[in-house]
Design a protein around this ligand. Sequence first.
Ligand code: M6R
Length: 595
Amino acid sequence: MCGIVGMIGQLGTKDMVLKGLETLEYRGYDSAGIALHTGEEVVVYREKGRIADLKQHVPTQADATLGIGHTRWATHGRPSKRNSHPHQDSTGRLTIVHNGVIENEKQIRHEYLSDITFVSDTDTEVIVHLLSKLLAKSGNMSAALIELQTILHGSYALAIIDREQPEVLYAVKNKSPLLIGKGEGANYLGSDALAMIEQTKHFYELNDGEFALLTKQSVQIFSKTGSLVDRETYEAQIDANDLAKGPFKHYMMKEMHEQPAVIRRITKAYLTDENETRIEDAILTALRQAKRLFILAAGTSYHAGLVGKQYFETMAQIPTEVHIASEFVYNMPFIPEGSFFIFISQSGETADSRAALVAIRERGFEALTITNVPGSTLSREANYTLLLHAGPEIAVASTKAYTAQLTVLALTAAAIKQYAIDLKLELARVATAMEHICEMSEQFEMLAQNYFAHGQHAFYIGRHVDYFVALEAALKLKEISYIHTEGFAAGELKHGTIALIEEGTPVIGLISQQAIANHTRSNLQEVSARGAHTATVVFESLAQSGDTIIIDDVHTLLAPLVMVVPVQFLAYYAAYIRDCDIDKPRNLAKSVTVE
Ligand code: M6R
């Protein structure tokens, strides 16, 4: 969570930093701030709220050749102006922005900073005061940064301005993402390449423990102990146009519409013209040798993992367990020898998943990361990576990444034992079915008006893989419309939860599998008899008169890929009708980099 940006070298820094922060707002958006070095002094502007609020308080004429900025998702201290970054030491010499969490901040306050009067509730303020003391002691910033890292425990991506060095921008990284952008006559830093993509496509990665010294002309990277590191830049495969909303009001709508194209792109990336897999042999060998698979993920990616289990067990006959990463890491199940791990993460930065990855690597297990972001932490720290090729997903609510995850999981599972399925053909059908669903947009708006304009509770129910989609449908609806929604195994309602059904409670049944269609319909009857306002999303071949949303059939294994699209639209329109902030729902952030 939180996004940081920095620039050194040219005028225009203020605009670059503010624009970069807007791009990073998906990482957190409860307060924001920037610091500009005028050559003599460092001026700080901070505001509660969005970058748009901050901009109103930064004078148009303000500019500098050195600046840093921050957009916050609060961890320590409420969202407020006093807790927003940048933070400064007592003398105002040092100014820093921070993404991460300092785990031993209390101990540091007690041991090193008992004489300091703090002006915020943040852990970040601890860093700046500590660094100030270390700098005063050694008189040398590199030495101070080396010592700082021996004291700090936790995650931190830092950008630091020293008022006495207007020609230098410092960066430090541990466990939180941070990239350095190499420009012409200016250099940049940011939590994500997207923040600097208008300025450069060439980036240096920083490894955990490393720090960097940026000037107008140069970037020097140092190890934790201060030795100079020789590092090449890499070219990011991102197009600045990916950041535009195009004709859509919201990124979420744009990203839902991109799904057919994403499915086609993934098919091309993973299958040859002859329908052979392009997945690396090393990955397939590791999977073929696995006695048991463990899929670990969070949120929507966890829901994709549940479908993934179905794929690995059906297509590759490998026993598979799916775990919520944040639970797994502190309550590990028995892991037999020969187990292999799969991490699913759109961002590749989710701290819960990373903690689990570190733990299983320490125990000697190998892991594959399925992610949308090349070079992300989970990708770098796993043995193998498969990319989603979904393009940047900006809306906090994940849509195209989920369907991309299912597609990559299906292609991988099918390749292990060459399961008899023509995925090129079947995924082409999926893409076409998705296009038809996108054309039903108006119908979804009317339904959302009918079912979700009022009321505070709703249910999605399903059986078999429809149950997994019901979980995802519920997450989507509650996350952006704030309607309390449960995804339920249809047969389980009567074991207690049916007590919650009242007159008018929306209950939507998902039906894509013939074997369970009648059972789910019976469960809908049961709730309808108790006053529920029921609806169905159903495959054409299983449709009956009175069904609400009828979609094209696809291969039953791939059903979740299309069943999810109508419920994404319903969530979107529910949030729209209720006037919610669709792309940036309250309390959330896109990339969850704290445990
Ligand atoms: O980047 P990840 O896939 O690891 O993120 C995991 C969850 O935080 C994420 O899927 C979250 O649940 C989405 N906002 C749901 O739409």
